[in-house]
Design a protein around this ligand. Structure first.
Ligand code: HXC
Ligand code: NAP
Length: 293
């Protein structure tokens, strides 16, 4: 976690109960921690109860908030239903769902088994579907309103990306679900939004996406126009806003927070960044000298 201070007022999430999948580690942990600082109670879930329990204890000590750690494999709908039921039994209600749990690794696609492809689709797409479905059914059945779903995707959900094709397919599906339910479930008072983060250093992502010397060889910060990785607090600020009622009129949006990374790759002439400033007079003269077609 960085030392950067949070943006929102202290009670911005007061009395809200938020489920954060994958909340025991990485970005999920950082976002959950900030929700607590803003007055929310938080349920953190993942497969590893020991990790969750240790994280919950630290978070409670640091923030004074209430954290319920619950083991749940988001691939299994029965486990998700049980997790949601336990969360409601404990806190009396749930107001927000942060679908953050994910699985990913780099690989040439032709090296993947069908099972390897499936495991990523299961965690990322079906995991987000399962949590959304279980909570959505509950909210609609109980006619509870002012609820928020926030899905963590990536910018390659719409650009696609080689070497992480299962993840790209799954995140694209999550983005489609975000936009679809934003419309379908608005009548029930349920908003759906997404965040597409650029590179934010975490152990889970870095060790699977740029293992060993690859981290130095492919310095991700060089791909970012702002020249740096994201700070966890920057993401947490955005997530807290989108999961709070202050964003009550934001629905069906995907907010990119990547320092301009994906646009740099997309803009055809962005490589001209590499031209030394002193060269521009000569280049301009050459261009001005062009006559005819
Ligand atoms: C090829 C692989 C593989 C690899 C696993 N498999 N790793 N194939 N290359 N590196 C294959 C296995 O051989 C098996 O197929 C199948 O995938 C399932 O593997 P398991 O190990 O049995 O799965 P499981 O124990 O469920 O673990 C899931 C996992 C693991 C995804 C493989 O890495 C995990 O638990 N990840 C959770 C955390 C995570 O990934 N965090 C990073 C998120 S980062 P066969 O056919 O052999 O049975 C992220 C960033 C996005 O999303 C953008 C960044 C900029
Ligand atoms: P991370 O620490 O590895 O987070 C992934 C979390 O998902 C872990 O806590 C993991 O816990 C949980 N998880 C995995 N499989 C699960 C399952 N079957 N059931 C329940 N939980 C499961 O990595 P991260 O970088 O913080 O990633 C968080 C989110 O940000 C992901 O959605 C990722 O795609 C997204 N993202 C990250 C970056 C980045 O630069 N870091 C960029 C873009 C998007 P267990 O292993 O204990 O289950």
């Amino acid at each position: 976690m960085s030392e950067m201070k949070g943006m929102l007022r202290e009670d911005a999430l007061k009395d809200r109960v938020i489920i954060v999948t994958g909340g025991g580690t990485g970005l999920g942990r950082s976002m959950a921690n900030y929700f607590l600082e803003l007055g929310a109670s938080v349920v953190i879930t993942s497969r590893k109860l020991d990790v969750l329990t240790a994280t919950a204890r630290t978070m409670e000590e640091e923030t004074g908030g209430k954290v319920l750690p619950l083991a749940c494999d988001v691939r299994r709908y029965v486990e998700v239903e049980r997790m949601v039921a336990e969360a409601i039994a404990h806190f009396g209600k749930v107001d927000g769902l942060l679908n953050n749990a994910a699985g990913n690794f780099i690989s040439p696609t032709e090296r993947l088994s069908s099972k390897a492809f499936e495991v990523i689709i299961d965690i990322v797409l079906m995991g987000s579907v399962n949590c959304t479905l279980a909570l959505g059914k509950h909210w609609i059945d109980k006619a509870e309103r002012d609820k928020a779903i926030l899905n963590i995707v990536t910018t390659y959900a719409w650009t696609g990306s080689g070497y992480v094709v299962p993840s790209a397919c799954a995140k694209a599906g999550v983005l489609a679900m975000t936009r679809s339910l934003a419309v379908e479930w608005a009548k029930y008072g349920i908003r759906s939004n997404a965040i597409a983060p650029g590179p934010f250093p975490t152990k889970g992502a870095w060790e699977r996406l740029l293992p060993g010397e690859m981290m130095e060889r492919f310095d991700l910060s060089k791909r970012v126009p702002l020249g740096r990785m994201g700070e966890h607090q920057e993401l947490a600020d955005l997530a807290a806003y989108l999961i709070s009622s202050y964003s009550g009129y934001v629905n069906g949006e995907v907010v990119t927070i990547d320092g301009g990374e994906w646009l740099k790759g997309a803009g055809q002439f962005n490589m001209l960044d590499q031209v030394e400033p002193g060269m521009w007079d000569a280049i301009e003269a050459m261009v001005r000298n062009v006559k005819g077609s």
